[in-house]
Ligand binder design. Structure first.
Ligand code: ADP
Ligand code: MG
Length: 697
């Protein structure tokens, strides 16, 4: 019996009735299999005795005798205190809100005790402990390594341990292996049943390690099977019915005449990275009998991805096709729309801008033109895939800052066309290790170079107490005609008194610090019209200082801005800091970034700022971010819907991942139609995520 057929309802497990089942549902556990795959988040070693006198060495784990009870405090604060002793010494157990323990813990009887103890009020005490009677012959929770599970309300560790152990009893002997036998043998892994038993209730630390190794490999193997299947499906998929006929001119990657016309109008030439990316894209779109493009364009902030996407658009609209360019914020979408109007309209293309804020009348007209094919290019936000939006012939979807969008949103916009090409762009570089996993079925182009003449941004760290010197520096830059951003973690103060916020700092900077330069405020709570006006005035140079929250984080491009001051920098994640710093250094002049940190900085905050100080390369910063935070936290990964892994961590287990990938591809390449019946519970979660470039509705 495969784990999958363990879809038996949870209530089949002895002791779990209709009352308990909903509590498990809150943890995402709906079946016996789900319970068995609810892996511990940690393990407590209670196999080794730690007597009371050794309380400072770790958790006490010992057998005690109850010697006395007494009560401390008054009224509602009254609490039971139980005195116990083992051979090494005495301790006091504080039983807050547990008065019934007076009857449970009987003087003179023996108990097993486990918990963290402190020396306080001249005794060794604990208020968080577990205790259970010594019943001869029963091992219970002591003398072994115990699992510690993620919990939700109404469930305790003891309950989970009990029910998992029952589920193992009821089902484990029927489990067959899910990994191919050759792999289990080759790597010396455990059989599935043994691995499951051992991950929940290991007999020893080496057994636990082997169980983890087995289950981690299994997860990664099935993850790669999914990715590989998707890649094969995409390659096999039918021709693009909407683009026709086959293009004849030149080699695949060559620039088309409209693309050349755009390039001639530019005051600069493409970088090597941009050229290579456009050639990749042209090749993807050259053949009508090939599957549609599904390409991820990675390039650091400022590497010129927008222009590459415009060139892709020119290709896609050649034969009466339409292109949609989607960006996560209205600010950014508007900037793209303006650039598209400036660069593409002169080539005879019609461009529309669509967001949720476009008012009724204009919107109706716009939607009509779009559905009639009178609009070639539409730029916008999530509004691009609203129900009432119809395209005549959508042939290309460009998703900028793709990590800001979820899997579902991607498939909704793709569903607006009939197998359109897909170009996703990201300036939050996804480290190679993860890119393989998350976008394993996509082609990737990477722009590694920046446009020439850019000078690396000079980064400085400054303590909050010496911010005056930062202000002086910025004042000199402003006097020299440049512009500056000031970024704060909060819009308005109030919650945390000692935290600077954008609203009050905008006041202070304008009045006290830089009275002779114009400043303006921008944050997410302002209405779009106000934001737009402010951005326009900043771009035109009328406003010299833009005080902001992280709304300026993505995409905003004002080359004359040369100073970026981020206050309470320790409050921002590494990728946000990198994005923010990427707002400057876009022109030819030297730019500066000041990371101002609070006077008391934690170790973690220090580590992050140090990474920023020492690195400019977004790829390196993203790798560092992963090391510091783990993959679940990385922007773009948690949204991807692909990394719903129970025990594996593709970064920590990078070696395993690579091997699993090789194995999975070898197996599927030998037999692409192989339907591994044992697609696991976890794998099923993954499979629900629709493949890129494909519509699953
Ligand atoms: P990102 O990759 O972060 O989206 P943008 O597309 O916003 O970067 O480009 C940043 C700036 O660089 C824009 O002002 C753009 O006009 C300019 N740019 C793009 N390509 C080149 C190039 N080849 N040479 C010089 N400047 C360029
Ligand atoms: Mg961009």
């Amino acid at each position: 019996m495969f784990l999958r057929s363990l879809a038996a309802p949870l209530t089949d497990i002895r002791g779990i009735g209709p009352a308990l089942a909903p509590r498990f549902a809150r943890l995402g556990i709906h079946s016996a299999a789900g319970l068995l795959c609810h892996y511990p988040r940690d393990w407590e070693d209670r196999s080794r005795r730690v007597p009371i006198s050794d309380f400072h060495r770790g958790r006490v784990c010992t057998e005690v005798t109850v010697i006395a009870h007494d009560w401390i405090g008054f009224g509602r604060m009254r609490a039971l205190k139980v005195h116990v002793e083992d051979k090494s010494g005495r301790a006091a157990l504080l039983c807050f809100n547990r008065p019934w323990m007076e009857k449970q813990l009987v003087s003179g009887r023996r108990y097993r005790l486990w918990g963290r103890f402190f020396y306080k009020y001249r005794e060794i005490q604990s208020s968080s402990f577990e205790i259970e009677p010594v019943i001869p012959g029963e091992i219970a929770g002591f003398g072994r390594i115990l699992p510690v599970y993620p919990l939700s309300a109404g469930l305790t560790q003891a309950m989970l341990r009990r029910f998992v152990s029952r589920a193992l009893e009821q089902y484990a002997q029927n489990l067959e292996d899910e990994l191919p036998a050759e792999i289990i043998e080759r790597d010396g892994l455990l059989p599935k049943a043994a691995a499951l038993k051992a991950v929940h209730f290991p007999a020893s630390t080496p057994e636990l390690e082997l169980a983890k190794k087995t289950l981690i490999y299994e997860e990664l193997f099935y993850l790669e099977i999914m990715v590989c299947r998707r890649a094969i499906a995409r390659k096999k998929s039918a021709a693009l019915p909407s683009v026709s006929p086959a293009r004849s001119s030149g080699p695949d990657g060559a620039f088309s005449p409209p693309q050349k016309r755009l390039l001639e109008r530019l005051p600069f030439s493409l970088t090597q990275g941009q050229k290579a990316a456009v050639a990749d894209i042209n090749r993807d779109m050259a053949h009508t009998d090939a599957p549609p493009m599904a390409r991820l364009l990675q390039g650091d902030v400022g590497s010129g991805k927008t222009l590459v996407s415009f060139l892709a658009v020119l290709r896609a609209v050649e034969d009466r096709g339409q292109a949609a360019i989607m960006a996560p914020t209205e600010l950014l979408a508007r900037q793209h729309a303006e650039n598209a109007a400036r660069l593409l309209e002169p080539l005879g293309l019609s461009i529309a801008f669509l967001t949720g804020n476009i008012k009724a009348a204009g919107r109706k007209e716009l939607l009509r033109s779009l559905s009639l094919g009178e609009i070639d290019i539409v730029v916008g936000t999530h509004a691009l895939f609203s129900k009432d939006v119809h395209y005549k012939n959508l042939t290309l979807v460009v998703i900028d800052e793709q990590h800001r969008f979820g899997v579902t949103q991607r498939s909704l916009i793709m569903a607006k066309g009939s197998r359109p090409h897909l170009l996703m762009m990201s300036a939050t570089p996804i480290p190679r290790t993860l890119a393989l996993t998350v976008f394993g079925d996509m082609d990737v182009s990477v722009i590694r170079d920046l446009p020439p003449g850019r000078k690396p941004v000079k980064t400085h760290l400054a303590k909050e107490s010496s911010e005056g010197r930062v202000y002086d520096f910025v004042r000199r830059e402003l006097a020299a005609g440049r512009q500056a951003y000031f970024v704060y973690p909060l819009i308005e103060g109030g919650v945390e008194a000692d935290l600077k916020d954008a609203v009050s700092m905008a006041e202070r900077l304008a009045r006290e610090v830089f009275p002779s330069f114009s400043a303006a405020l921008i944050h997410s709570k302002l209405d779009e019209e106000k934001k737009r006006l402010t951005m326009d005035r900043f771009r035109s140079g009328e406003i010299k200082i833009l005080v902001a929250t992280s709304v300026v984080e993505v995409g905003v491009d004002v080359p004359n801005a040369g100073c970026m001051v981020i206050e309470h920098a320790e409050r921002f994640g590494l990728s946000a800091l990198h994005q923010l710093r990427g707002r400057v250094g876009r022109g030819g002049d030297q730019s500066y970034c000041f990371l101002v940190y609070s006077d008391e900085l934690t170790g973690d905050g220090k580590a992050r700022l140090k990474v920023m100080l020492e690195n400019q390369d977004g790829f390196v910063i993203a790798e560092e971010d992963l090391k510091l935070r783990g993959p679940g936290q990385i922007a773009g990964i948690e949204q991807s819907g692909y990394l719903d892994l129970g025990i594996a961590n593709p970064v920590r287990d990078a070696g395993e991942l690579a091997r699993a990938r090789t194995d999975a591809f070898a197996i599927l390449e030998a037999d692409p139609d192989l339907l591994l019946p044992q697609v696991r519970v976890i794998a099923r979660v993954l499979e629900e995520a629709p493949p890129f470039g494909e519509v699953a509705l």
